[in-house]
Ligand binder design. Structure first.
Ligand SMILES: [Zn+2]
Length: 459
């Protein structure tokens, strides 16, 4: 089913490199920092600029309002009978401090050593631009697109997409499509093109353990009153056994074991456990025994304590039995684990292992399920052929241990299959000083996306 790669398309993409760089520089120059209200006007101006560019490409485009920063939206529906694809990216960027650590100014994108440095170069303006360049290449060489496109460029991804689900729900009819393509991720390594096919979900809790009605003098009451901090520590220690396995009944329901193919793919990826541990400043990795590190990072669930506090923390000593203790816990979910079930199971378990003499409250208001698209899905196969067209070798399939809010939202609100085709590199310093986009990745990504549209037309 593989299409031969269109030579005209390819040579168009290859002959416009300088202009792509200039266009990225212009987009990076707008400081669209969504987190800082000082930049609200720039964020809006950036949305307008993306809308104008989509208009110039030949898309019908407009700014769509949300309760926060607007969405830049463009569509082209001139391929009746062909699939309709949502393309997702974001035009907002992270703050730039500490400014003194930037080698060149963050909003003056600068090319050095085959890389373009600047805030938003790879996360995510450059990756949105790959789609713009691919659209342009199709129109320039053939006067048409092989698929219908609905391009959604968000302005609040870097602040957790607080209005994105409401946007999807409000425009569900207009956004109706067959597939979402998201370009906001990285490949495994520069010489290892890859496609991300799974993301972990997330649930978090706040646990409060109450003891005496006020802090007590430990000289008077030590020895008779249960210490809430100690009780909480005992409860947390009960969450896992010494082999790293979570002891909460039902926690692993819905977790899928790797297939043999998936396991051998993982084994084939270069991952130096000792070196990675050293880079993190730890003497060795921990976690569930008998499983590969990448498996534990991408395909196994976790349950972690993220914070714990209580009692006296000021200078000197204060000999008390504190009246309460608190902790933050979170779990990364995989496969078909149900966030609500996990939430309830962990709450119930914590109460069941609490020692006598304290009371326990557990609160949780989050539930993001894991998202995955099978590597056998025709759209994923199409994306694999497109990556091969752009980078000259077939991609490997990888997971990511994190959670990407908009991906979960597309899953939850529109129930769409998704293809994550991003071409960043692990050392791009996204969210940090000297963010960069390696130009060979940028140009390869443009070709891959141009091919992707052709490949998706056939699914
Ligand atoms: Zn991003």
């Amino acid at each position: 089913m593989s299409k031969t790669i269109d030579k005209d398309l390819q040579s168009y993409c290859d002959s416009n490199h300088n202009r792509y760089v200039n266009e990225l520089q212009e987009l990076v120059a707008i400081p669209s920092i969504s987190a800082d209200p000082k930049y609200a006007a720039d964020v809006r101006r950036c949305a307008q600029e993306f809308v104008a560019r989509m208009g110039a490409l030949g898309l019908t485009s407009e700014v769509l309002e949300t309760d926060g920063h607007p969405i830049a939206y463009g569509e082209w529906l001139g391929a009746p009978g062909k699939p309709t694809i949502i393309v997702y990216g974001h035009y907002d960027v992270q703050p730039v401090d500490p400014l003194e650590l930037w080698t060149s100014p963050p909003f003056e994108a600068t090319v050095r050593d085959g890389k373009i440095f600047g805030r938003g170069t790879v996360d995510d303006k450059g990756q949105v631009l790959m789609h713009f360049a691919a659209i342009e290449a199709h129109f320039a060489t053939r006067g048409t697109l092989p698929v219908n496109l609905k391009v959604v460029i968000e302005g609040e991804e870097e602040i957790g997409s607080p209005n994105f689900e409401a946007f999807l729900a409000k425009y569900a009819e207009r956004l109706r499509c067959d597939l979402a393509v998201i370009s906001d991720t990285a490949v495994f390594a520069e010489d290892v093109p890859s496609l991300t096919t799974s993301l972990r979900g997330l649930v978090h809790w706040e646990v409060r353990v109450d003891g005496p009605s006020g802090d007590l003098h430990s000289g008077y009451y030590g020895g008779v009153v249960r210490n809430p901090i100690e009780a909480l520590c005992e409860m947390i220690a009960e969450l896992k056994d010494s082999a790293g396995r979570v002891l909460v009944p039902g926690f692993y329901d819905g977790v899928l074991e790797l297939t043999n193919d998936e396991r051998s793919d993982l084994q084939a990826l270069r991952f130096d456990e000792a070196q990675e541990a050293k880079a993190l400043g730890v003497s060795q990795f921990a976690g569930e025994s008998g499983r590969l590190p990448l498996e534990r990072m991408w395909f196994r669930p976790t349950l972690e304590c993220n914070g714990i506090w209580g009692g006296y923390q000021g200078p000197g000593a204060k000999t008390i039995i504190p009246s309460y203790a608190k902790a933050k816990l979170s779990a990364r979910l995989v496969g078909k684990q149900d966030p609500t079930t996990v939430k309830t199971a962990v709450g119930k378990y914590l109460k069941s292992v609490a020692p006598a003499g304290v009371s326990v409250t557990v609160e949780s208001n989050s539930d993001v399920r894991a998202v995955s698209t099978s590597r056998d899905h025709p759209a994923v196969k199409a994306a694999a052929r497109a990556m091969e067209g752009g980078f000259g070798r077939a991609p490997v399939f990888i997971g990511t241990g994190g959670t990407i809010g908009p991906v979960s939202s597309f899953d939850r609100i529109l129930n769409l299959p998704q293809v994550l085709i991003g071409v960043g590199l692990p050392d791009d310093a996204i969210h940090a000083p000297n963010e960069k986009f390696t130009l060979s990745q940028f140009f390869g990504g443009i070709k891959a996306i141009a091919h992707l549209y052709d490949e998706l037309a056939e699914i």
